[in-house]
Design a protein around this ligand. Sequence first.
Ligand code: ZN
Length: 398
Amino acid sequence: MTQVYSKALDKTISTARIIGRLEGKTKGPSIVFFGGIHGNETAGVFALKEVFDQLSSINIQGNAIAVSGNLKALETNQRYIDSDLNRLWTHSNLEAIETSDATNCEQKEQNELFQILKDIISSNTGPFYFIDLHTTSSKTLPFITINDALINRKFSYLFPVPIVLGIEEYLNGPLLSYINELGYVSLGFESGQHNDKDAISNSISFIHLALAHSKVLKPESIAGLPIYHNQLKGQSRGLDKIYEVVYMHEIRNGDAFQMNLGFESFESINKGTFLAQNNGIKINSKYSAKLFMPLYQKKGREGFFLIREIKPFFLRLSETLRTYNVDKLLVILPGISWDNKKKHVLKVNLKVPVSFAKSFFHLLGYRNKYVNSTHIKLFNREKIAKVNMYKNEFWFKK
Ligand SMILES: [Zn+2]
């Protein structure tokens, strides 16, 4: 068992890899919660323990499982020991951990999580829902992050919190991107600042709502469901809209990065605002935007992000364009060709004006990832989504 301490509650609990498991008598959806993939983010573990203990004797449909992430790091309240467990989920890493035994702390954790994940997927029929609970080093409203596929968007719309799209373009190897590439609904929920009590209560609310919306639990069997909804709605302070990441400040190996004190996630800033210093050089904001996840801890490679609201018109437009597969026409344009037509990977010559291309491709569900000196490779989030698994769900038809 692992001892996990919460500063917010000044309380220690002990947990195994599986925090809790609920099994229904009838087949149905499977929902999987992860807490503490980062070891200094204990709110999710505390929330999962509380909810799963509380619901242990309730009748459900399908099954629900709560999994703790980085046990070694949770024990010592650190983000990670050797490497960030939420940046390891690439195909090459997964192959390596299954074949080699010279693994570091996080690779061992990852291997155990990987086996659990494979077991859940192979022994159930779905629909599958994956929820990863995190907290941030800065003060923040609770929010959802998703890879931008329509199945993720539509399920996320059920929760009255801000939704941030497109962070996957800036991160390598987060757990949810890997699960998303398997085609399943996967949401990250950031519930608040690491040591804030609200981060625990927001997670508790989110878990209840996710259990109800996935139909694992009948809404009527959750006493106080509207209270959980209103808790998150209130915490979102009217900012529960859809945003897109437009910029990230990357911290490179050996950089001395210092965020200026007092910034919060979702705070509006003007172009030119003095935000941070990197190796003693002032960093001013390149845009008027909202600041997102400013880093106030030593570990982590993302100094801060900037996000902007996506207006409802563009959300609807992108949904229509994706539904009608407009992307097939793109290869008529100069500089754009298929890298892999079957897998819906486009190759775009960097001579194409990238800033135009980027927002246009985003509308169609493409996110760029791999850049070399002449081309960007774009991957379509829609084509890999297992839409058939979700098409009869109430939230998908909305
Ligand atoms: Zn985290």
